[in-house]
Design a protein around this ligand. Structure first.
Ligand code: MF3
Ligand code: CO
Length: 254
């Protein structure tokens, strides 16, 4: 069942989203040679709690950290730890914050120093695919319009869209209906967008093939071919016009 949020609920989602977006900015600003993924996780968790919120991911289905940090060929759900980020890496950070009953969820991929031309292009195509998709995130359009726009843009640029993981409705729960695939998936149906829906749109894009697998840690998802992967996500509100981005892409680290 897809829930519609009231204006009071939307206000609470704006607040959760604001904290989540600032947390992403903080994580992105920390990406530098010599920094461990654990240091980013700690700082982000501290920031989220300082805002009176709770990290959404901590203990979610047993997830052991507050942030997902996925480096290079890691697609999503990388567990922060002793890994040291180095020049040339690309680092995907995914953060969620829960406040006053509502979640925000967003992600982005950040280059560490100088990265390859392919890496730069992958990051930019992944980000832009989100904006191509949300041109259809408005009342009257249908879910497959959004999914197809993301897929077309990614594939036209020679990259591939991950199939096993998808975006989602979001609100009182981090994962609500509908599922929001980044490719045309007939099984996802053709729900029509209505004002008051809140969804997390999150293309995961591989430089090489679509194949991915989960590591023995039970979480970290990597590309099967070992090539790079990038991620970009915002929580958005459907309106009768442009969608409202509840996790501001231009938020500043506080
Ligand atoms: N941000 C992820 C999503 O959009 C959730 C992370 S999974 C967790 O679905 F276990 F780390 F929480
Ligand atoms: Co999400």
């Amino acid at each position: 069942m897809i829930t519609l949020k009231s204006s009071r609920e939307i206000d609470l989602m704006r607040q959760a989203g604001k904290i989540t977006a600032a947390a992403r900015a903080l994580a992105g600003a920390m990406v530098a040679p010599g920094v461990t993924t654990r240091e980013i996780d700690r700082a982000v968790a501290r920031y989220i709690r300082s805002q009176g919120a709770v990290p959404s991911f901590l203990h979610y289905n047993g997830y052991p950290a507050s942030v997902c940090i996925s480096v290079n060929d890691e697609v999503i759900h990388g567990i922060p730890g002793s890994r040291v980020i180095k020049e040339g890496d690309i680092v995907s950070v995914d953060v969620g914050a829960f406040k006053d009953g509502f979640h925000g969820d967003c992600a982005g991929t950040y280059p560490c120093g100088e990265v390859s031309e392919e890496a730069r292009r992958l990051i930019e195509v992944t980000r832009q695919s989100f904006f191509e998709g949300i041109r259809y995130a408005r009342e009257g359009c249908r879910l497959p319009d959004l999914s197809g726009a993301i897929q077309r843009y990614v594939e036209a640029n020679g990259f591939s869209v991950v199939r096993e993981f998808v975006g989602h409705g979001i609100g009182r729960k981090m994962h609500e209906d509908p599922e929001v695939p980044n490719y045309v998936e007939p099984k996802a149906g053709r729900p029509r967008f209505l004002r008051g829906m809140t969804i997390a749109v999150e293309p995961m894009v591989n430089a090489g093939g679509v194949g991915v697998y989960t590591m023995p840690d039970g979480w970290t998802v990597r590309t099967a071919d070992g090539r790079l992967s990038a991620h970009y996500e915002n929580t958005i509100l459907i309106t009768d016009g442009e969608p409202e981005l509840l996790t501001d892409p231009d938020a500043k680290a506080e």
